[in-house]
Design a protein around this ligand. Structure first.
Ligand SMILES: *[C@@H]1O[C@H](CO)[C@@H](O)[C@H](O)[C@H]1NC(C)=O
Ligand SMILES: CC(=O)N[C@H]1CO[C@H](CO)[C@@H](O)[C@@H]1O
Length: 733
């Protein structure tokens, strides 16, 4: 009995040593603060200039001039304040260093149970072969197999995914021992084999495993292509397939639950427990998207393995570092500082980003700078993948409340009862989705859930081991990227307006730094409006000859010049420091502009419409596979348009507007030799010129390219018409 109770108590004295340390970067931070103070000084100077100096047009247009002045004043106040808010992300960065060897010394293989949840939703957008690679990569984590369980939640309710998982369960019997014996990395078979493609290990074992994998992959891919499960598989895994009714569809089916490998009782197992779950879905019941499936997994797993810790992964995100679970446990099992940490978030990394990251999909600065900053202020956001949670905290335990001992799991004698936990009515009129599990009703269920956990007194931690822990697939075209960002900006903005708003709900529960940190993201959507107005106004006023900024040679110009140059130089330096390239930075600036002037604008409008009750929410999964030609263009870093999207019309119109205004200004400059225009409107000239330069791929896509990825003709025509109308209107005003 004593042994049973001591289960999770460290055996050796060594446990007094901390399992991790938190490091602050002092030198860099002081330099940064001095720099930030200088920029802030200039911002105040700009505000002062704007307050005191009116915009001048000719004598009889004072009303119009005052209007423009007022708009500029509001915009500059907004930009200044937003700049102040985002400094919270750089004010106090920390990084964490873990000591996995100390963990091994104290715990040996007597680690607590860990449940891994992999979520997939559609066998077409998320191919089963990719999904099982993710499952296999976590099944081979460096963790005792009898303590590890992998759950696949299939919201597509697809026989193909089940079939693929059943095949993978067989293959795992070879794969997992192979990985551990030869200590291979990464442990996703596809990633491992492609990394070894240029010189496969000479070991015969490796060749044999590779062959087995290829056979399995071929079977799964054939089944996927034919959209039919082979007959012999149906016979072999009959008790699984028998759970599909003949009329089951993606949106209408009962719960399907199958334990494919049961590794719980036997200490000698080599493969962890593997479970397939497809929760019940009925058309008349709302299924709450990914949050609903996560909550079903939490309930079902609590009756099967009931891991003390939960790792949540997207199905396209394989484990690239078999030690990540141990790293996370160093934090969660630490006796002192670790006790207040509710979850450990790893960064999202991608393996198919081109060298200069055309679509800014790595979000390098967010991952390498901003999240460390959040960590210093109380903890990073939970971003829905690559995150280790404490089960009881995600189920609602407040900070400071005693941890309950977990009951040992009884025999799974009542599968029907467990299936009931995944029924579509289970969480109606319950605390699930509100106080327990992930929250419902928000497009970024993860972020709001993480925030609520932090508001209950918990902290979180951010871990960035050198060897990337989890690696996924980034969006490979512009439209996917913009759609994803639209959903994020919309969700974050909804959080700001919701009852869990960091501003009023978080008040007094989380620190000011973290509130501001959340606001940086929550304000994405509304911050788009000022930027849109600003970019339209600068170029139209350039066309019209209305100077908005001080003359280049006046001393008022100093703060404008300093802020423009310093902020950009800093951002470039930061980007290069994070390991980016110069062109990568340039691309990132473009995406910064595009996100704001398309995704975020639409995110803003969608949110407002939803608040007014005009439209419904939807969850768009971004596709992970690209067709061949598009993939070639992606490799060559040629921007992909190709679809008719209102977001592209907006981008196109802005691009064209900048082009026309800039062209007109250049012509005027050439006709009046004295350069008077440049004197009075130098900064407008530069801003519009930079906008034209950054939009170069857009102009190519609209006017020069012929391939399938160019901008659709209809979008180009609309954009040109809108831009010309705007120019004509302003010219006659
Ligand atoms: C995955 O890990 C390997 C080492 O095992 C490393 O070389 C590789 O760069 C990692 N992949 C990514 C995308 O970071
Ligand atoms: C889904 C996808 O586009 N995968 C690609 C990611 O990048 C690698 C290498 O750049 C390609 O081989 C994959 O096809």
């Amino acid at each position: 009995m004593g042994k049973e109770e001591d289960r999770f108590t460290p055996v050796h004295e060594g446990h007094r040593e901390p399992l991790f340390v938190t490091r602050r970067r002092t030198g860099g931070v002081i330099a940064f603060r001095v720099f930030a103070a200088s920029v802030f000084g200039c911002i105040c100077w700009i505000w002062f200039y704007r307050f005191t100096v009116p915009v001048e047009i000719d004598e009889n247009r004072t009303g119009f001039a005052r209007l423009i002045w007022l708009v500029m004043l509001s915009l500059e106040i907004w930009f200044g304040l937003y700049w102040v808010i985002i400094q919270s992300l750089r004010w106090n960065p920390v990084s964490r260093l873990t000591f996995a060897d100390r963990l091994s010394r104290s715990y040996g293989s007597d680690l607590p149970r860990l449940d891994v949840f992999v979520c997939t939703a559609d066998p077409v957008i998320e191919p089963p072969l990719m999904v099982v690679n993710t499952v296999l990569s976590v099944a081979a984590l460096d963790y005792p197999p009898d303590k590890l369980a992998v759950y696949l939640s299939d919201d597509g309710g697809s026989e193909l995914t089940f079939y693929a998982l059943a095949e993978a369960a067989e293959f795992a019997k070879v794969w997992v021992p192979f990985c551990k014996k030869f200590n291979v990395e990464p442990r996703s078979p596809a990633a491992y084999l492609s990394s070894k493609a240029n010189g496969l290990d000479s070991a015969a074992a490796a060749a044999e495993v590779a062959e087995l994998y290829r056979e399995m992959a071929a079977r799964i891919e054939t089944a996927t292509k034919l959209r039919r499960v082979p007959e012999e598989a149906r016979l072999k895994y009959g008790d699984g397939f028998s759970q599909w009714d003949s009329d089951a569809t993606q949106r209408n089916h009962g719960t399907i639950l199958q334990i494919l490998v049961d590794g719980r009782k036997d200490k000698t197992v080599t493969v962890p427990t593997l479970v397939y779950l497809s929760r019940e879905k009925r058309p008349q019941h709302h299924h709450n998207f990914k949050a609903g499936s996560m909550n079903a997994l939490i309930r079902v797993s609590s009756k099967i393995t009931c891991g003390k810790f939960i790792l949540n992964l997207d199905c396209d995100m394989y484990s690239n570092n078999s030690k990540s679970a141990r790293d996370a446990l160093c934090i969660l099992l630490d006796e002192k500082e670790g006790k207040e940490i509710a979850f450990v978030q790893f960064p999202q990394c991608y393996n198919n980003v081109t060298r200069n990251d055309l679509y800014g999909s790595t979000m390098l600065v967010i991952a390498d700078v901003e999240f460390n900053g959040l960590d210093g202020n109380g903890g990073p956001l939970y971003v829905g993948t690559g995150c280790f949670h404490r089960r009881d905290v995600i189920c609602g335990r407040n900070y400071g409340v005693e941890e309950k001992e977990f009951e040992e799991i009884q025999e799974v004698s009542e599968p029907e009862m467990i299936k009931g936990l995944a029924s579509c009515t289970y969480d109606e009129n319950s605390l699930w989705g509100k106080e327990m599990g992930l929250k419902y009703g928000c497009p970024v269920e993860d972020v709001i859930t993480g925030l609520a956990i932090q508001c209950r007194g918990w902290k979180s931690a951010y871990l960035t081991p050198k060897k990337k822990a989890f690696v996924g697939v980034a969006p490979t075209n512009l439209h996917q990227m913009l759609v994803q960002q639209r959903r994020w900006s919309e969700g974050d903005f909804q959080i700001l307006l919701s009852e869990y708003s960091p501003v009023w709900y978080g008040q007094g529960k989380i620190g000011l730094g973290l509130i501001l940190g959340y606001c940086c993201y929550c304000l994405w959507a509304p911050s788009s409006v000022p930027l849109l107005v600003y970019s339209v106004l600068t170029c139209l006023c350039l066309l019209k000859g209305i100077p908005l900024f001080p003359k280049v040679w006046s001393s008022w110009f100093i703060p404008f010049g300093y802020v423009t140059v310093a902020v950009n130089a800093y951002s470039l330096a930061e980007f290069l420091w994070c390991g980016g390239t110069f062109r990568g930075w340039w691309n990132e600036q473009r995406m910064w502009l595009y996100r704001r002037t398309s995704s975020f604008i639409f995110g803003f409008i969608d949110t407002i419409l939803k608040k007014l009750g005009v439209s419904e929410s939807a969850f768009v999964i971004t596709a992970k596979v690209a067709e061949e030609e598009a993939a070639e263009r992606y490799e060559k870093e040629v921007m992909e348009f190709g679809v008719e999207s209102p977001m592209f019309v907006l981008l196109g119109t802005l691009g064209m507007l900048n082009l026309f205004c800039f062209a007109a200004a250049v012509m005027r400059l050439m006709t009046f030799r004295d350069g008077g225009d440049f004197q009075t409107m130098g900064l407008q000239f530069v801003i519009t010129g930079l906008n034209v330069a950054i939009n170069w791929p857009l102009y190519q896509g609209m006017l020069l390219r012929q391939d399938k990825g160019k901008m659709p003709m209809s979008v180009t025509v609309k954009s040109v018409v809108f831009a010309l109308s705007a120019c004509t209107c302003i010219a006659f005003m």
